[in-house]
Design a protein around this ligand. Structure first.
Ligand code: CA
Length: 513
């Protein structure tokens, strides 16, 4: 406190105003917005109707988008599960927060934003999928799935490492636990709650009530389904195609062993019977009868993949509706911000793939919608580039907490108000992916995406560059890196890439430029 402000407060004491001012501050503090962050897993924006999808309807995600904002250019800086969550928590790139790969323990001895919220009077909770191999500090309540968790009758682990098995379907249970926490929270404080949904992660196990809901639908093949990866070396060497990598048994549940397969170990006899009746009685029967091979088989696998994936997503959307209803019915709507986002994008058959990882659009970009009553005008569309590392500083900013200088993301609050539509903003973004070779043999790479171009450098066993003109080639099929007429452009993009690498302190990438 400065001498001047100390003197000012001293004066207030004398005049007896101070207690009134303090009451006002307390009042302002208690009116700080609550924040519910619903974070799903692998939920592709191509399957969300607010993003124009014709594959499925997502009325509840659309409710958030329609009553708030939809972000059309939100990018994840390392497109896999755990690292994306580490970026969310720290507001920093993977090379800074140290969590570059899945299946390794996140270093909890570092600054994470829920702890800063907690120190500033917020109640904080994380329920559901976390996937960090360790429980971070700064959470008043924590009840999370161990690792990837199970779709049926999952275990949850609390901060004391006590494990509880809950009967039922994971998306419902995560929502039940969230609603339960909301009911029992300290109602004198604002709160920050992460509803961490496992859906729609592989192996795409739908809720029993949703089995078969898309059986009469024939989904169109994406334009790039039969991509031959010409001119893209890393794409030629990946192991994530629907054709070769997607398993008939474990992924598509064709003639799976309901007694022996680990995927059904946690099922009750009733749940197992419902799955058996559908997948053995209908899906596997159809598979046997049709005796498919070649393209017909790949396309059948694609249809089955989408049917399972979208049925799993249906429960996710329904449960988002339950959270929205709870907020609306409990007088929280006006002062509660609701965010829905996926940890990264996902391939729905584009390039013949499922999974994520690559810096190509489908996995780089992710769904992000946000309702902020009184600040965001309903129906707002934001096309500016935002990143997963922006969520931490944004939430701190909204909560009135100073954003630490070492956070690499920036608060998107200036983009939210209708009065300020043209703030100075980034026009390019930096990406760096590491996990190799398992599980999908995607070579490590980093790169820059601008509004018009994308330049990617693959390394770690191959040495290749790719350049795409996103306006002429939005599906990223034509690598023009070796075309001499782009030499000047490449040089310019490499300079921009180097600037980003230096700004974000990625020393490993700097050596590889
Ligand atoms: Ca994920």
């Amino acid at each position: 406190m400065s001498i001047k402000s100390g003197f000012f407060i001293g004066l207030l004491f004398v005049s007896g105003i101070y207690s009134a001012l303090q009451a006002q501050i307390t009042q302002q503090k208690s009116s700080r917005p609550n924040i519910i962050f619903i974070f799903s897993d692998d939920h592709a924006y191509q399957t969300i109707s607010a993003y124009g999808s014709k594959l499925a309807q997502t009325p509840n995600i659309d409710r958030i988008a329609n009553s708030g904002a939809i972000f059309k250019n939100t990018f994840i800086t390392n497109s896999i599960c755990g690292p994306s969550r580490a970026c969310l928590l720290t507001g920093k790139y993977s090379h800074i927060n140290g969590y570059k790969l899945n299946e390794k323990s996140f270093n909890i001895n570092q600054q994470i934003f829920p702890e800063l919220l907690q120190q500033n009077g917020y109640q904080t909770a994380w329920i559901g999928k976390m996937h960090l191999g360790a429980i971070p500090n700064g959470l008043d309540y924590c009840n999370v799935l161990p690792g990837q968790g199970s779709y049926y009758n999952p275990d949850f682990v609390n901060a004391k490492k006590d494990t509880t098995r809950y009967e039922g379907y994971v998306t419902d249970i995560t929502t039940d636990l969230s609603v339960n926490w909301l009911n029992n929270r300290d109602k004198t404080k604002p709160f920050f709650l992460v509803v961490g949904q496992k859906a729609t992660h592989r192996e795409w196990f739908p809720d029993i009530q949703d089995l078969g809901m898309y059986d009469s639908v024939n989904f169109p093949l994406p334009l790039t389904f039969y991509d031959d990866y010409d001119g893209r070396l890393a794409a030629q060497k990946q192991d994530m195609t629907i054709d070769k990598t997607m398993r008939l048994k474990e992924d598509l549940k064709v003639h799976i062993d309901y007694e022996k397969d680990w995927l059904f170990k946690r099922f009750t006899p009733e749940q197992r019977k419902a799955y058996y009746d559908y997948y053995e009685g209908k899906v596997s029967k159809e598979f046997d009868e049709r005796k498919l091979s070649g393209k017909a088989l790949v396309e059948w696998k694609y249809q089955r993949y989408l049917k399972d994936y979208l049925a799993t997503a249906h429960s996710l959307d329904r449960n988002i509706g339950r959270i929205l209803d709870y907020v609306d019915k409990n007088g929280l709507a006006e002062n509660t911000i609701i965010i829905y986002a996926s940890d990264q994008g996902f391939y729905m058959g584009e390039h013949g793939w499922f999974d994520k990882r690559f810096m190509y659009e489908e996995s780089l970009r992710t769904a992000f919608v946000m309702r902020y009553p009184g600040v965001i005008k309903p129906g707002t569309v934001i096309n500016k580039f935002t990143l997963g590392i922006d969520w931490a500083p944004t939430i701190l900013d909204i909560a009135g907490v100073k954003v630490p200088a070492d956070i690499q993301g920036v608060s998107i609050v200036p983009l939210l108000s209708a009065q300020n539509t043209q703030p100075q903003w980034r026009k390019e973004m930096y990406y760096h992916y590491y996990e190799f070779p398992q599980p999908h043999h995607v070579y490590p790479h980093f790169g820059i995406r601008t509004e018009k171009y994308k330049l990617i450098r693959f390394y770690g066993g191959i040495d290749s560059w790719e350049l795409f003109d996103l306006e002429k080639d939005p599906h990223e099929l034509h690598n023009i890196y070796n075309d001499k007429k782009y030499a000047k452009l490449i040089s310019r993009l490499k300079t921009s890439l180097q600037k980003l690498i230096i700004a974000y302190k990625d020393d490993e990438a700097l050596k590889l430029l």
